[in-house]
Design a protein. Structure first.
Length: 328
């Protein structure tokens, strides 16, 4: 069973499970888009994962070997929704599964590198490691960390493996699409004058790690995921521009104080209108963070994780998909 199967990462997980001839169930709401879930082999089950009672009622007569929990939100109009969906939704889902008596072989949770926040900022450009103390500086990161802590508390009852990908990009992703559209329209926008080390992971490599975790992951383990490389802030935009045919552009580098003003206005506008905006206080903390390095050695050694996509290959495939699907 896959939660969040209609989303960016979740839909790719569904595709891979089908490719492996697995019996695939996708947990959905009535309002869930099924745009990427058209394969007739997919089984759907309507569940409110924020209700342990509903999870129990819908699952007590079913049995899944594996559960991948990819449902969650990365931006909200109301910051309380981060905790309602990412934290409480995880707790309610797992409580319902435990009450059902289902013997799950492996439960994989998609967390985020954001649970660590801006650590090592005083001594930047040092890879984040598992033994470092998480210090999330966004509501999104806080909500994911609280979900992780809850899953730690039930690890003896449910075999949980946690994956912490860095910035995930690829076909069907919309946030990085904004950058591609901006470059197509001749503007490349970045913030901060201090060196920024960025890491990325292509969606297909995340999916690869999910199935390695199902096969080999030990309960209680947590793994960072990236493509194993470290990039500068301009690398991504340079590659996008190359794939777009080198349009003329203006590169604008904004000081952090200006970004703070813009995201503060966006935050208040979102609260007043109730509409989700990408320009919010969380986005400021993410864009202003200078160090996104992480150590993927445990995933390589314990899971056999070997990323197949560097940024150049991944951007090429992503831009091609955007063009083919008329997103660009």
């Amino acid at each position: 069973m896959i939660t969040g199967g209609s989303g960016f990462i979740g839909s790719h997980i569904v595709d891979e499970a089908l490719r492996r001839d697995m019996e695939v169930w996708v947990a959905v709401r009535k309002s869930t888009s099924r745009r990427y879930l058209q394969d007739s082999r997919i089984n759907f089950i309507e569940i409110n994962i924020n209700s342990a009672d509903d999870v129990y009622k819908k699952l007590y007569s079913l049995s899944f070997d594996y559960v991948v929990h990819a449902a969650g939100v990365t931006k909200c109009a109301d910051e309380n929704d981060f905790f309602r969906i990412n934290t409480e939704g995880t707790r309610q889902l797992t409580e319902g599964i435990l009450r059902s008596g289902m013997k799950v072989r492996k439960f994989v949770y998609l967390s985020s590198l954001s649970v660590y926040g801006a650590i090592h900022e005083e001594q930047p450009y040092v890879p984040i490691k598992e033994e470092d103390h998480p210090q999330p500086n966004t509501k999104y990161g806080e909500s994911k960390l609280l979900a992780e802590k809850y899953l730690d508390s039930i690890s003896g009852k449910l075999p949980v493996v946690i994956l912490r990908p860095t910035g995930v990009y690829g076909p069907r992703e919309k946030d990085y699409l904004m950058m591609a559209k901006s470059i197509k329209n001749h503007v490349d926008f970045s913030v901060g004058y201090k060196r920024q080390d960025i890491t990325f992971v292509y969606v297909k490599d995340v999916v690869k790690a999910v199935f390695l975790a199902l096969e080999r992951g030990e309960s209680g383990r947590k793994y960072f995921l990236s493509d194993g490389n470290v990039y500068q802030s301009t690398t991504f935009s340079n590659l996008i521009r190359e794939e777009l045919g080198h349009p003329w552009w203006i590169r604008i580098k904004s000081p952090l104080f200006l970004l703070k003003i813009i995201t503060t206005i966006g935050e208040w506008t979102g609260r007043i209108t109730g509409k989700v905006t990408a320009l919010n206080n969380d986005k400021y903390n993410i864009l202003s963070q200078r160090n996104w390095q992480c150590d993927i050695t445990p995933a390589v050694k314990e899971l056999g994780y070997s990323p197949e996509y560097n940024l150049q290959r991944g951007v090429k495939e992503t831009i091609e998909w955007y063009k083919e699907n008329k997103w660009l």
